[in-house]
Design a protein. Structure first.
Length: 533
C-alpha cells in the first residue's frame, strides 16, 4: 500500500512561520483488520502539537494528511506540473519506521482531485552527498527514508571491517535486500521486479552473478533486454558509474532473484556439472574410465595364486595371510596407543590469544546441505545465526533439493537473517550431499569454505578460529577438521557407542596423527577449506 503524503496550505504556512523544515516522513501509521480510519501515533501527535499548539486542531485533516492510496490514478508532477517518476509510489512494500520509503519524491499537483499541494522529498545532488559524507553506493538511500546518521554509522563500520558499505547496510538489517534494490531502481528511474523474468540459458553463471547482468528472452513489442542485479561492492559501483538512467530495456532485480532464475534456466547443465557427469567431470578422475589391462592382470593373478594355494593347503594359506596382515593391524594398535601419549591440543583462543581483528577476517562461505530435516530446522537456523563472525562477511547457503517440497515450504515460512540464502539444487542424479555442495562451490563468494550438517550446533567461535589458523599458517595448509562431539550419549546404547567412537577419533587419534605428520581422517562436516576461488 502506498502512502500519499499531503499537506494543507494552513499547515504549510504555520510550518513556514515557525521556520521549520517543510518535510514530512512516515510517522507510525497503523493499518489493521477492522480499522476504518488511521490510528494516530505519538509521533503524529507530537508533530501536530509542535506545528499548531494542539494535537486536536487538525484532527479532521488526518484522514487526508496520511491518506492510504493502493494505486495512483494520475501521474505525479513537479512544481511546474511536468510529470516525474516517483520511484514506485504504487509499491506494495510495507512501510515501517525509518525504513525504505516507497517514494523518492512527492506530488505538487493534485492526483486525488482534492485541491491539496503535496510535499516533495529532498533530492541529494553530488554536493549534498559530499556534505553528508556518504559513499555514493548508499547515499541514495537517504532520499528513501533511511536516516543519514545510520547510513554514516554503517559506512564507518564498513570501513572499519573492510567491507563495502552497501554490503554492510544489507547485512546489518538497516534495509532488506529488496528494499535496497527497489531504492536503487527508483534512483535510476528503472523498473523493479521482485521476481526475475525469463533469462536466456548458457554463459558462465559465476561470472554473471559476479557482475549481476543477464540477458532476458526477447519478446515482440517488449523492449526488455537485460536483467540487472549488481551485487554490493565493486560491481555496484561500476553500475552506478555507468549511469543507466531511465532505460526501458533494463529491469532491476535482487541478486537472490537473479541467482534463482539463473539456476532454473540452466537447471539441466548445472545438474550435470554438479554430478560431474559432464565431459569435464568424466575426465577429472581416472576411476570413471575403469581399470586398465595391467590392473586387471595383476588382480587376476593374485586371485589365482590364492585360490591355488587355498585349495592345496588351506591351513597353511590362512596362516600365511595372518602373518602378512598381522603387522599391519599391530601397527594400527601401536599408533592408537602412541596418540594417547600426545599432549592435549592447546586452547588457541585463551592460551595464544588467536582473536583476529574483524578487518583481517576473510569472507566465509558456509554450505549446509539438508534434505527432509524439518524437525531440526529451527535449531539449525538459531545455531547459524549465533556464529561469532561479522555478518557482512558471512555467506551462508542452505542447500535444499528441488523435490523436497515440505522443507521448501517450511523454509519459506521462516524469516532468515540477511546473510543466509536458500539455494534450490536442481533435480538430478545422484541426489547426494556432494552434488549439492558442488552447486554451492560454484556460487561461493568466500575465500574460506566450510560444511555443516543439519543437526550440527557449531561452536560460535569456530569460524574465527579456523580463519586465524589459516592466516597464521603457510599456503600449504588448505584444510582443517573441527572436533566433532556427540551431545546425546545417554539416549541409547547406539548413541553411546557413537560418542565413544567420535571421542577416540577426533580427540585422540586425529591429534596424534597430526603430531606425527601423517594424514588425518576427515569427518563429513565441519571441514574448512581455503583456496576454492
Amino acid at each position: 500500500m502506498a502512502l500519499g503524503l499531503c499537506r494543507s496550505t494552513q499547515i504549510r504556512r504555520e510550518m513556514k512561520d515557525l521556520d521549520r523544515p517543510q518535510v514530512l516522513s512516515p510517522l507510525g501509521i497503523e493499518h489493521g483488520p477492522g480499522r476504518s480510519g488511521l490510528a494516530i501515533s505519538s509521533a503524529v501527535r507530537a508533530l501536530l502539537w509542535e506545528t499548531a499548539g494542539s494535537p486536536h486542531l487538525y484532527a479532521n485533516d488526518l484522514e487526508w494528511l496520511f491518506r492510504p492510496s493502493p494505486k495512483l490514478t494520475a501521474p505525479p508532477c513537479r512544481s511546474d506540473n511536468t510529470p516525474i517518476s516517483l520511484a514506485r509510489l504504487d509499491s506494495d512494500v510495507p512501510l515501517s519506521n525509518h525504513k525504505l520509503l516507497p517514494a523518492a519524491g512527492a506530488l505538487s499537483c493534485d492526483p486525488w482531485g482534492m485541491g491539496m499541494e503535496a510535499l516533495a522529498w529532498p533530492r541529494a545532488d553530488a554536493t549534498a552527498v559530499r556534505m553528508l559524507g556518504l559513499p555514493a553506493e548508499i547515499a541514495f538511500l537517504a532520499d528513501h527514508g533511511v536516516p543519514p546518521a545510520e547510513l554514516r554509522e554503517a559506512a564507518r563500520l564498513a570501513e572499519r571491517i573492510s567491507v563495502s558499505p552497501s554490503r554492510q547496510v544489507i547485512a546489518s538489517g538497516l534495509v532488506t535486500e529488496e528494499q535496497f534494490y527497489r531504492a536503487l531502481a527508483a534512483e535510476l528511474d528503472l523498473r523493479f521486479q521482485p521476481r526475475a523474468p525469463s533469462l536466456q540459458p548458457g554463459g558462465d553463471i559465476a561470472a554473471i552473478l559476479r557482475e549481476g547482468v543477464a540477458a532476458t528472452h526477447m519478446r515482440p513489442g517488449n523492449p526488455l533486454r537485460f536483467a540487472v542485479a549488481p551485487p554490493p561492492g565493486s560491481a555496484l559501483r561500476r553500475f552506478l558509474a555507468a549511469k543507466p538512467f531511465g532505460r526501458s530495456d533494463i529491469v532491476m532485480l535482487t541478486p537472490s532473484a537473479l541467482a534463482t532464475e539463473l539456476r532454473r534456466s540452466n537447471a539441466a547443465v548445472l545438474a550435470h556439472r554438479a554430478a560431474w557427469t559432464d565431459e569435464a567431470g568424466l575426465r577429472r578422475f581416472s576411476a570413471r574410465t575403469g581399470s586398465n589391462w595391467l590392473q586387471k592382470c595383476l588382480a587376476g593373478l593374485l586371485v589365482g595364486v590364492l585360490s591355488w594355494f587355498g585349495t592345496l593347503s588351506p591351513l597353511a594359506t590362512l596362516t600365511a595371510l595372518g602373518l602378512a596382515l598381522g603387522p599391519l593391524f599391530f601397527g594400527v594398535v601401536i599408533l592408537r596407543f602412541a596418540a594417547l601419549a600426545e599432549k592435549p591440543v592447546a586452547d588457541l583462543w585463551q592460551d595464544h590469544r588467536w582473536q583476529i581483528d574483524d578487518s583481517r577476517l576473510p569472507v566465509y562461505t558456509v554450505a549446509v546441505p539438508i534434505f527432509g530435516e524439518e524437525a531440526v530446522l529451527d535449531q539449525l537456523i538459531k545455531a547459524l545465526a549465533a556464529l561469532d563472525y561479522p555478518a557482512a562477511k558471512l555467506d551462508i547457503r542452505i542447500l535444499v533439493e528441488e523435490i523436497d517440497w515440505n522443507l521448501r515450504r517450511t523454509l519459506a515460512a521462516r524469516t532468515l537473517p540477511p546473510f543466509m540464502n536458500v539455494v534450490i539444487v536442481p533435480r538430478g542424479a545422484p541426489q547426494t550431499k556432494p552434488r549439492a555442495l558442488n552447486v554451492a562451490l560454484a556460487e561461493a563468494r568466500g575465500e574460506l569454505f566450510t560444511i555443516f550438517d543439519a543437526e550440527d550446533v557449531p561452536d560460535p567461535r569456530q569460524l574465527r578460529l579456523a580463519a586465524a589458523r589459516f592466516l597464521r599458517s603457510d599456503a600449504e595448509l588448505v584444510c582443517l577438521q573441527a572436533h566433532l562431539v556427540i551431545d546425546n550419549p545417554g539416549d541409547s546404547w547406539i548413541s553411546g557407542c557413537f560418542a565413544l567412537e567420535y571421542a577416540g577419533l577426533f580427540d585422540v587419534l586425529n591429534p596424534g596423527l597430526l603430531a606425527c605428520g601423517l594424514p588425518i581422517m576427515l569427518g563429513g562436516t565441519s571441514n574448512h577449506f581455503r583456496g576454492i576461488r
